[in-house]
Design a protein around this ligand. Structure first.
Ligand SMILES: [Zn+2]
Length: 68
């Protein structure tokens, strides 16, 4: 549980586009900031190991994004 975690499901916009769950088309998500295992990033140019994950409040599908 980090400072940026949402206390309840929220609507999400990505670059001006409303995010709908790709599975069930729901529009409320739990926001989490996740720090990846650096070993998984080996030999990549992805230096920031933190990603933003939006978990569908309806079906639980996780949509995750590299921070801009
Ligand atoms: Zn869903």
């Amino acid at each position: 549980m980090g400072l940026f975690d949402a206390p309840k499901p929220v609507g999400v916009e990505i670059k001006g586009n409303v995010l709908y769950c790709v599975i069930c088309r729901h529009d409320r998500f739990w926001r989490r900031h996740i720090r990846l295992d650096p070993a998984e990033l080996f030999n990549s140019d992805w230096f920031d190991p933190t990603v933003v994950a939006y978990t569908c409040d309806n079906c639980g599908y996780i949509h995750w994004f590299k921070p801009q």
